[in-house]
Design a binder for this molecule. Structure first.
Ligand SMILES: [Zn+2]
Length: 278
């Protein structure tokens, strides 16, 4: 990934593969640095749902929007499912400062419309960015463990195919910072959710670590690698392995740069990921 820092102190990243789609897309993976929110939301928190000061969130969103000019930031409330919403200028929603919030509840946004910045604010869930340079279409997906267990990345590819004629072999994909197995202990219901899904069950990236407790006893700890699962699902859907770029960041290991819901015990902010057509 490419790292940028603005004069105001906003550190943000871009995928080399998407930056190379020059003239077609604008995108940014924002860190938590360079905003105005106080702890535990320090500092570039872009979500209103986390009890942060709404004025601070508005200022943070203004700063994000200023880094990516000519994009109207648009989001929707994710529900950890696999619903798709096509984003058009007339798609119903409400205006917040520097952010349009669609009424639709969905974890996949797709569009061919220029100037609309598909945006979600993340803390551990996998940001899935998809670009079809042939049909000039994009998708952004929100893939936590629930979404990944419903193959949300594959649903996004299928939605692009149905709506725009996208061929998976043309898609440029990028997976943003998300929590890695090093930091993500899960329980049996998570494993069961993957097992129960016809597609997700073919892309199981579970492992077991032996953890030493403070009293010297040890226990088994179940881990899941949602980034690897999403990557594997995309390849199975026909995306070329050499067309998938990974950010390399685990949010849990990188709380200096990103918010991590798990590692920060649920009291933290959300960092913005934006993808739009120029
Ligand atoms: Zn980690």
């Amino acid at each position: 990934v490419l790292e940028h820092t603005t004069p105001e102190g906003i550190t943000w990243f871009q995928f080399a593969s998407l930056a190379a789609c020059d003239g077609l897309v604008t995108h940014g993976i924002f860190s938590r640095l360079g905003g105005v929110s106080a702890p535990p939301f320090a500092s570039l928190n872009c979500a209103t749902i986390v009890q942060d000061d709404p004025e601070a969130v508005a200022e943070n969103r203004r700063r994000v929007a200023a880094v990516l000019p000519n994009l109207q930031l648009i989001t929707t409330r994710p529900i950890h499912g696999s619903n798709v919403v096509e984003v058009l200028p007339e798609t119903p929603g409400i205006a917040q400062p520097y952010m349009r919030v669609l009424d639709a509840r969905a974890d996949i946004m797709i569009t061919r419309q220029r100037g609309l910045g598909l945006t979600w604010a993340y803390a551990d869930c996998t940001p899935v960015l998809l670009v079809d340079p042939v049909h000039e279409a994009i998708a952004l997906a929100h893939a936590g463990w629930r979404g990944t267990s419903q193959a949300v990345a594959v649903v996004a590819i299928e939605a692009m195919h149905a709506s725009y004629g996208t061929r998976p072999s043309d898609v440029i994909a990028a997976l943003g910072p998300a929590i890695g197995p090093c930091c993500y202990e899960v329980d049996e219901p998570v494993h069961a959710a993957f097992t129960a899904h016809p597609l997700a069950s073919q892309h199981m990236f579970f492992s077991t670590l032996s953890i030493t407790n403070q009293d010297g006893t040890s226990r088994e700890s179940l881990r899941v690698d949602v980034l690897a699962a999403n990557r594997s699902q995309l390849i199975a859907a026909g995306v070329r392995a050499d067309h998938i770029e990974m950010s390399g960041f685990c949010t849990g290991c990188s709380t200096d740069l990103f918010f991590s819901h798990r590692v920060e015990n649920g009291r933290t902010g959300r960092f913005a990921v934006v993808l739009g057509l120029r």
